[in-house]
Design a protein around this ligand. Structure first.
Ligand SMILES: [Zn+2]
Length: 133
């Protein structure tokens, strides 16, 4: 589980700090990748440039997955290629390796969406066979 409450507190403090900062500020963001990337996205959105940020990632296990269908971001500890249910719409999302610095999340796409209707892939056949056993 990702600590969303601690994250919101830290993001709020960072926003206050950036708002009152002078030109030439340097900020060190340290912690899990999911939090560092989110804080970095906020800092860049607030007008800082990349040279003003130093990123120190301590763990890359926790991730956020962006759902292109409902725009929700789902926190997960699953790896690239795993399937997670969207916290917004419930669709099963496969975690794609594309990472957006703007949304600080990995792109999710609906699992099985590339399979043409009416056709079933070998992997799909296996799932169907398991379901009817
Ligand atoms: Zn969704």
């Amino acid at each position: 589980m990702v600590a969303e409450e601690a994250d919101r507190f830290a993001i709020g403090r960072l926003d206050e700090y950036i708002t009152s900062a002078a030109v030439g500020i340097r900020i060190l963001l340290a912690g899990p990748q999911v939090d560092v990337q989110r804080a970095s996205a906020l800092a860049l959105e607030s007008g800082l440039v990349g040279e003003e940020l130093i990123l120190a990632v301590t763990s890359d296990r926790a991730k956020r997955v962006f759902c292109p269908h409902c725009k929700a971001r789902t926190a997960t500890l699953q790896g690239i290629g795993a399937i997670v249910p969207c916290s917004g719409c419930g669709r099963n999302l496969e975690i794609y390796h594309h990472f957006s610095r703007r949304t600080a999340s990995y792109l999710g796409f609906m699992a099985g969406a590339e399979e043409p209707a009416g056709r079933t892939t070998p992997a799909g056949v296996g799932r169907i066979l398991e379901a009817i056993r």
